[in-house]
Design a protein around this ligand. Structure first.
Ligand code: NDP
Length: 364
């Protein structure tokens, strides 16, 4: 018997007000044929996890009494890395010691252990698998945060517009965000040029140089530069030099910044909006629609991959290969270590409170 802990909520609200720790038993000696028992290695706090708890996110886990709670409850968390502890007699996909991640969102990853079917997990290489293939091992942070941000960046760059390597460009605001850093790195790996627009800061030159050298951005410019008429010819010079066009804009900021990146698009270009960090509506000059035939569309990784497991597996496999060959750097997280005698909900509430200081990962 394993005594497991999960962070649950029965009502929506602010995490500190509604999250509690629920303890429950997993009978690992009497597993169903297709069941597996897994233990958590790490799970992050993403903005969407917090929004789910608040009740303002469109994709929600079902509340049930499956874990023996007095009222129907949902387990928090969507991303996480797990290790297989035990498998049922009919499971051939996994063995003890394998690493895995949830097949779908809403799994409830903020918990110490889970009992689930083998279908609910996708295998990812554990350190021994990587070593056997002469590759570098995936880190817990890479595995636990692989499903959302790297996949978002890769799919936005590859799934909508054909960008010609060596010639074409994409422009993005929030160039310093985790998704933005993945996008510029993946752009560089695919041979696509990028312009990362970031908010101005005191040490801008050094900051921009780092985003270029460490994260593959071809050019890094400030919002002010991107919005100034004088800077336009400079950008034209860059695209002319490669003989390509800016065919794609990635927008995670909204407001004036979205107009700024859309203005740089070539005729018939596409702007994908995937976030709204400024909390301002997306604004686009009418003339861009009429005279340049710009398309503005949304991107939501959850929706895109919901009914296309094959696309998810192919994308994961590419990201894993880049991680294992150390061609892609993960976005660092602040680690919060959970010790079994501590309160799990308190650990995640602390991580949620700290999430404005950067991505938080709870490590078990
Ligand atoms: P990070 O926390 O890593 O980065 C946040 C970024 O937003 C930073 O670059 C920051 O800039 C910028 N920012 C913060 N506040 C403002 C503001 N008021 N105006 C302009 N810029 C601001 O974020 P993630 O990469 O994890 O996520 C980015 C966005 O993408 C989020 O909205 C997230 O919910 C969304 N997302 C959406 C997905 C989808 O499928 N639609 C999937 C994954 C993420 P600075 O460096 O200057 O502080």
């Amino acid at each position: 018997m394993i005594t497991a802990q999960a962070v649950v909520y029965t009502q929506h609200g602010e995490p500190k007000d509604v999250l509690t720790t629920h303890k429950y038993e997993i009978d690992d000696d009497n597993l169903d044929k297709n069941s597996i028992v897994i233990r958590t290695l790490g799970s992050p706090v993403n903005p969407s996890d917090i929004n789910q708890i608040q009740g303002v996110y469109p994709s929600k886990p079902e509340k049930t009494t499956e874990l023996g709670t007095a009222e129907p409850a949902a387990v928090c968390g969507n991303e996480g890395l797990f290790e297989v502890v035990k498998v049922g007699a009919g499971v051939s996909k996994f063995k003890a010691g394998d690493w895995c991640i949830p097949t779908k969102v809403n799994f409830g990853t903020w918990r110490t252990h889970a009992l689930c079917s083998d279908e609910q997990m996708i295998k990812v290489p554990n350190p021994a698998d990587c070593k056997a293939r002469g590759r570098e091992p995936l880190t817990v942070n890479q595995g636990a945060t692989i499903s959302v941000n790297p996949l978002t960046a890769y799919l936005m760059l590859t799934h909508y517009v054909k960008l010609e390597p060596g010639k074409d460009w994409f422009i993005q605001n929030g160039g310093n965000s985790a998704v933005g850093r993945y996008a510029s790195q993946i752009g560089a790996l695919l041979g696509i040029n990028s312009i990362s627009v970031v908010r101005d800061r005191p040490n801008f030159e050094e900051f921009a140089r780092k985003l270029s050298t460490e994260n593959g951005a071809t050019h890094v410019i400030t919002e002010e530069q991107n919005n100034s008429r004088e800077f336009g010819p400079e950008v034209k010079k860059w695209t002319k030099a490669t003989g390509g066009e800016i065919k794609l804009a990635l927008n995670c900021v909204g407001g004036k910044s979205s107009a700024g990146v859309a203005r740089k698009l070539a005729p018939n270009g596409l702007m994908l909006t995937y976030g709204g960090m400024s909390m301002q509506p997306v604004t686009l000059p009418t003339s861009l629609h009429i005279f340049k035939n710009i398309t503005s569309a949304g991107f939501w990784v959850t929706q895109l991959l919901k009914s296309d497991l094959d696309l998810k597996l192919r994308t994961l496999s590419q990201i894993i290969e880049w991680y294992e060959t150390r061609q892609l750097k993960d976005s660092p997280s602040h680690e919060n270590h959970f010790s079994p005698d501590a309160d799990l909900a308190a650990c995640y509430i602390h991580a949620v409170d700290s999430s404005k200081q950067g991505k938080q990962l709870v490590v078990y």
